[in-house]
Design a protein around this ligand. Structure first.
Ligand code: URA
Length: 236
């Protein structure tokens, strides 16, 4: 990670203050004074600020049950930010691994570990996201089979050149299905159903990878170490 970020993560300094310390020659990395804030450092490096060794705080990994009419942004927009539900320090350092639309509810993963969230959201890593979907048009058995087949083969979404990756459809009721996808294109689920002449009436994310939503709406918890590590099986 960048030296200025490392200092922010190991002290109470903001980015500007960290940069000032670096420019003032107060920071050394492995015994050498470093005045460039963009130099990359990692845990094994000895980083001193005014002679004191710095140790970056551990990364944080949380899950939150997103209620309807909230936004996955750090600032309130047309709707309040879902970060308002987190009673943790330094909320501004956190970001979401795979955003949901304002009108979508369910599982959101939140972290300050950019590498970890990158692994989850990269489509080529094949990390599955499971959605329960309410449809405005009920599907007959035959229609559901046809849609499932098209989703499995991949469909062309409006404005895209490539087909969607294979997705799995499971029927729960004539107008309720479970859809598993491994990518996260903009409004992907809604656009997939629009492509088969249907409309998503409501959308709820139940699962990402092996992590299932198990808290009530508006509630959050830290992930277990096992859950955090479970995403490492999605290779580059
Ligand atoms: N697909 C959508 O269309 N919306 C979401 O919020 C998530 C997936």
């Amino acid at each position: 990670m960048r030296l200025d970020k490392f200092i922010c993560k190991s002290t109470e300094l903001c980015k500007d203050a960290a940069t000032q310390c670096i420019h003032a020659g107060k920071v050394s990395v492995n015994g050498e004074v470093v005045t460039n804030e963009s130099v990359q450092v990692h845990e094994n490096n000895t980083v001193l600020l005014n002679g004191d060794r710095l140790k970056a705080r551990d990364f944080r990994y949380l899950l939150l049950h997103k209620p309807i009419n909230t936004v996955c942004s750090n600032i309130d927009e047309a709707y309040p930010s879902l970060f308002n539900y987190l009673q943790v320090e330094r909320v501004s350092e956190l970001h979401i691994a795979g955003r949901l639309d304002a009108d979508t509810t369910g599982l959101v993963l939140i972290t300050d570990d950019g590498r970890w969230s990158f692994d989850i959201t990269r489509p080529c890593n094949g990390c599955r996201k499971v959605y329960r979907v309410g449809l405005s048009k009920a599907l007959s058995h035959e229609q559901a089979e046809a849609v499932a087949e098209r989703f499995l083969e991949g469909i062309k979404l409006q404005g895209e050149t490539q087909l969607t990756l294979p997705a799995m459809l499971e029927v729960i009721a004539p107008n309720e299905v479970r859809l598993t996808i491994t990518e996260g294109k903009f409004h992907q689920v809604k656009r997939m159903f629009a492509a088969v002449q249907n409309r998503v009436a409501w959308l709820h994310r139940e699962q990402i990878g092996d992590v299932c939503l198990d808290v009530e709406s508006e509630q959050w918890r830290y992930l277990t170490q096992k859950e955090v590590a479970s995403f490492h099986k999605y290779p580059n």
